[in-house]
Design a protein around this ligand. Structure first.
Ligand SMILES: [Ca+2]
Ligand SMILES: [Ca+2]
Length: 333
């Protein structure tokens, strides 16, 4: 599916004719790089501990998109877990690729979606604009190691979030690292940082008005989307994974910067139909859905267009999809 900030299902899998490759063919393929050739050094030092607790999950302000299913608010208990303070960086992903030889799905398909103002590619490598979301360009040779296209390199931004990684790629990384993706409930609980019922990880107001404080709390869009970004927050596309103030639990960028894959399947009616009886314990999502959950919004979010940088906001994409504004963080087993 295409929403405001993501280029839609299988975008990178589009052929030149604009038709998607059959998703089953993709889903049935073994995930490369999962045969544990080399164990990853422990990254526990960058984890934060999230204490067990109960929280109100969902949108208490009724300001989400109906189709996303952010309501009703429901009580969820989450057992203690450890989650990475920041999303996986390009440098960390390079370590995984070097150890395993993993080829991402963007590399296998040969293209990925890059935001139009960020492209670094020869004209002949810019294949087409994505249907309904024309600010996304399918760029030949765009992948995690060439995040803006063939004329860019991950090594220019090693501490930025890895992008152009599909859900399948994220799972391959997790298997190698001895980690897993967060559930959607774990993600929201950790992202809230211990603040109950707030809109953002830092409170309810988007900007800091206090004199002497940086006005910006996160990396989203300022200006007129999608043509003019004033870059008041400092970033047109990704910011380093550890930038802006962390939340109360020590997590960085749970609002904005890059969308983050969760382990759950996405069904908009899940809260309404499945989580209605008392406190739900450690929900893991529906057994099937139209895509995998993505959370937190990205550098493309803007009030005028997409307010999904709120803590309760939900979106999804098919497991083979990838783009320049989608990454992931991991949880200890
Ligand atoms: Ca920005
Ligand atoms: Ca994020």
């Amino acid at each position: 599916m295409a929403d405001c900030c993501s280029p839609g299902a299988g975008t990178r899998a589009h052929s030149g004719s604009g038709k998607s490759l059959p998703l089953r063919a993709i889903a049935d393929r073994p995930i490369p790089g999962t045969s544990a050739q080399s164990a990853r050094p422990s990254k526990e030092a960058s984890d934060v501990v999230i204490p067990a607790g109960t929280f109100a999950m969902g949108d208490p302000f009724n300001e989400g998109y109906d189709d996303d299913g952010e309501s009703p608010v429901h009580e969820v208990f989450v057992a203690q877990f450890r989650i990475s303070a920041a999303t996986v960086t390009n440098e960390e992903f390079a370590e995984f690729v070097n150890a395993t030889g993993h080829r991402t799905e963007s590399e296998i398909f040969g293209t990925s979606a890059v935001f139009h103002l960020a492209v670094k590619a020869e004209t002949q490598d810019i294949l087409n604009r994505v249907n309904n979301v024309p600010w996304w360009l399918n760029v030949r040779g765009a992948d995690w190691s060439h995040p803006a296209g063939p004329l860019s390199s991950w090594s220019e931004i090693p501490d930025h979030p890895v992008t152009h990684v599909s859900h399948n790629d994220a799972l391959a990384y997790c298997e190698w690292a001895g980690r897993r993706l967060p559930t959607e409930a774990e993600w929201e609980y950790a992202a809230r940082g211990g603040l109950a019922g707030h809109r953002y990880p830092w409170g309810n107001d988007l900007h800091n008005d206090a004199p002497g404080q940086d006005a910006h709390n996160c990396n989203i869009w300022q200006g007129e989307f999608p043509s003019r970004n004033t870059i008041n927050d400092g970033y047109l596309t990704t910011a380093p994974a550890k930038s802006f103030h962390p939340n109360g639990y020590g997590l960085y960028q749970t609002s904005g910067n890059v969308w983050e894959w969760c382990s759950d399947w996405f069904l908009p009616k899940y809260y309404k139909t499945c989580l209605t009886q008392g406190t739900v314990e450690n929900p893991k999502g529906p057994s099937i859905g139209r895509g995998r959950v993505m959370r937190g919004g990205s550098y493309l979010c803007h009030d005028s267009y997409c307010n999904r940088y709120r803590l309760a906001a939900r979106s999804s994409n098919t497991p083979d999809s990838a783009s320049g504004n989608l990454g992931f963080r991991t949880v200890a087993l």
